[in-house]
Ligand binder design. Structure first.
Ligand code: SER
Length: 322
């Protein structure tokens, strides 16, 4: 990794991966690309930024060719709930964006990181200790694009020798940028509500368990898999990774330890509830642990403590949340 392109750089993952990679590899060597014309100051001020649509292959290609890009973190994607509202658009952005990236990577010999998701599983998948290799038959457009993305990334590796790698992220908890329309977003919104209103109205049922991870672990996973010796990787794409699994009532109880007056109510959104029920409750990530020494640092209590510290500071100092 010497010259890196990040698509979706202004999104939930990108806005945290970009500064970490710039710190590590030098600001000028990490090109951020996103759909926003005006990204936040941190991204604009620390290295190159280009506003682009990943469906625009010509612009993408010029960016890679002109800058000698050797690694792409392809994060641009619509998330699960918004993809159910706009399924054709989700297919267009998620699949045509990835196809463009893989084709360009083939031509310019770039390595590609592709984030898949627990959404790549479906109602027929064993929901507990979900194995690395199991039934993948999602019934959401987002999940369909994630399975197809895993397969396409594998295909470009064995057919054309492109160095593709990726993980299945669980719900990601972070305080810098809000997620854009996912099913696991409640686990981010609840912190904002706890610190401001001391009350949160949750759109998932109290006992709906899902895998989750704090953003620093997700960033570590993305970098670690790209830096692993490729000989260690038998799967390459779609490695199960998780850090914890909890239901809304467990997260609320942990927040209550810090904010005793915090309360939670439940008004179920049927679309997001049915998406959540089609996903595993807890995946088995032992393959990633064995093959590239994946080891998360944050469990539920460490995540809640750090989120409340960082977010309350952000709210007090009025720093923008993007
Ligand atoms: N966090 C994502 C979503 O809820 C899952 O990959 O859509």
């Amino acid at each position: 990794m010497k010259k890196i392109l990040i698509t979706g750089a202004t999104g939930q993952i990108g806005s945290e991966l970009t500064p970490v990679l710039r710190q590590k590899f030098g600001g000028e060597n990490v090109i951020a690309a996103g759909h926003k014309r005006e990204p936040d100051r941190e991204i604009l001020g620390s290295g190159p930024y280009f506003a682009l649509d990943v469906r625009d292959k010509q612009t993408l290609q010029a960016l890679v060719a002109d800058n000698g890009v050797d690694t792409v973190f392809h994060l641009a994607s619509l998330l699960s709930a918004v993809a159910e509202e706009h399924p054709q658009r989700a297919w267009d952005i998620n699949m045509n964006g990835l196809t463009n990236i893989l084709e360009i990577a083939r031509e310019y010999r770039c390595a590609v990181f592709f984030p898949s998701s627990i959404a790549a599983f479906g109602p027929l998948t064993p929901p507990d200790n979900t194995p690395q290799d199991t039934i993948q038959h999602p019934n959401t457009m987002y999940g369909i694009t994630k399975v197809a993305g895993e397969l396409l990334s594998d295909y470009y590796h064995h057919r054309f020798g492109v160095d593709t790698r990726g993980v299945r992220f669980p719900g990601l908890i972070s305080h810098k940028a809000l997620p854009g329309g996912g099913t696991t977003d409640y686990a981010v919104h609840i912190f904002y509500a706890a610190l401001t209103n001391k009350h949160y109205d949750c759109f998932l049922k109290r006992d709906t368990k899902l895998d989750m991870m704090y953003m620093p672990d997700a960033i570590q996973a993305a970098i670690q898999i790209m830096e692993s010796d490729s000989k260690q990787l038998t799967h390459r794409n779609g490695y199960n990774i998780t850090a914890m699994s909890f239901a809304p009532e467990q997260l609320a109880a942990e927040i209550k330890k810090h904010i005793p007056h915090f309360t939670i109510s439940y008004t179920i959104d049927p679309i997001r509830q049915s998406i959540a029920e089609s996903w595993p409750r807890h995946i088995d990530d032992s393959t990633a642990r064995d093959e590239w020494q994946w080891a998360p640092q944050y469990n539920l209590s460490a995540t809640v403590k750090d989120m409340l510290d960082k977010l309350s500071h952000r709210i007090k100092t009025n720093r923008e949340v993007v």
